[in-house]
Design a protein around this ligand. Structure first.
Ligand SMILES: [Zn+2]
Length: 307
């Protein structure tokens, strides 16, 4: 596979971010070192209890739009933090490894057979994918979820998310959330605007992931316009829908970002495996990177241990 200079830069940045977080990610670290430690739990299917309030009837109930939930009905931070977390997985590239892929990059590159194994394991284990609107309603009001809820998220606009992941999810009736970085739209190895529109039309949710993946903690002045306002407007034009959710590049955030995101209409934002902010858990929703090194069993153990 050929890489553009932009994608090489992003890969380097992603690896740097991964390195910087290894020390704080603890049990949910997406490093190969942790893989061995969690491969010894015996059964995969049926070993995980339902971790969030759930009913199977909730499968058929569409979630209310987040903006239709009045602030007076939404719980405070303590109420949100007290509810069990829904597992959320984060994928990047879905393709087979090449000799040029570094050891660290392979956490972000899930080989095709590995990915298929992950998704089949989720289906065989009885997981149901939920939308971010369902997650939001659950977190803020305790709304019911399907049994064994899980959210699948895909970051950075890679083409294989459309060509490989999408048909695989379709086999099981799974939906996902795609966090799109707009600078890449239409470039080689990335999705086109038409693909993003199709994903949205098919019931997946599109989220904002900046223009070109700069670290939110460093924004000042016009950066908010360049990285957040314009790309989000682009995504709203592509999908014809309001964009309500944001994912921090590299999972990096600070408190100063919350009011900036809120005043732009976002209702929640997704980070990676570190602890949630105690005052603003909706803007630090945790995800784990489903490492390319992980077998289905390792993934299952990580889901159970990390949320
Ligand atoms: Zn990203």
């Amino acid at each position: 596979m050929k890489f553009t200079s932009a994608s090489l830069l992003l890969a380097a940045l992603a690896v740097a971010a991964c390195d910087s977080k290894t020390a704080t990610m603890g049990e949910s670290a997406a490093s190969s070192a942790t893989v061995e430690a969690v491969t010894t739990v015996p059964a995969v299917a049926g070993t995980s209890g339902t971790r969030a309030t759930s009913t199977d009837e909730a499968n058929a109930t569409p979630a209310p739009a987040p903006t239709s939930i009045p602030a007076s009905k939404a719980g405070d931070a303590a109420a949100i933090l007290a509810r069990p977390q829904v597992p959320i997985l984060c994928y990047h590239q879905i393709r087979d490894w090449t000799a040029r892929d570094s050891k660290n990059a392979k956490d972000y590159i899930t080989p095709i057979a590995t990915f298929k194994g992950h998704i089949k394991m989720l289906a065989d284990s009885g997981y149901h994918t939920i939308s971010p609107d369902q997650l939001y309603a659950y977190m803020t009001t305790g709304a019911k979820l399907p049994s064994k809820p899980i959210m699948l998220t895909f970051d950075d606009t890679d083409l294989d998310q459309f060509t490989i992941a999408r048909p695989e999810l379709d086999k099981y009736g799974f939906k996902a959330m795609y966090f799109v970085m707009t600078v890449s739209l239409g470039r080689p190895h990335y999705m086109t605007k038409a693909m993003v529109k199709q994903l949205s039309d098919e019931g997946n949710i599109i989220g904002s992931h900046t223009w070109d993946h700069h670290n939110v903690k460093k924004y000042q002045g016009k950066d908010w316009e360049t990285q957040i306002d314009k790309p989000t407007k682009t995504l709203e034009e592509i999908t014809g829908k309001k964009i309500n959710y944001f994912a921090y590049p590299f999972g990096l955030w600070n408190e100063q970002a919350f009011p900036e995101l809120k005043k732009r209409g976002f209702v929640a934002a997704f980070s990676l495996a570190e602890k949630r902010d105690q005052n603003d858990p909706l803007f630090t929703i945790r995800r784990i990177i489903a490492s390319g090194y992980w077998t289905p069993r390792t993934l299952h153990n990580s889901i159970v241990q990390s949320f």
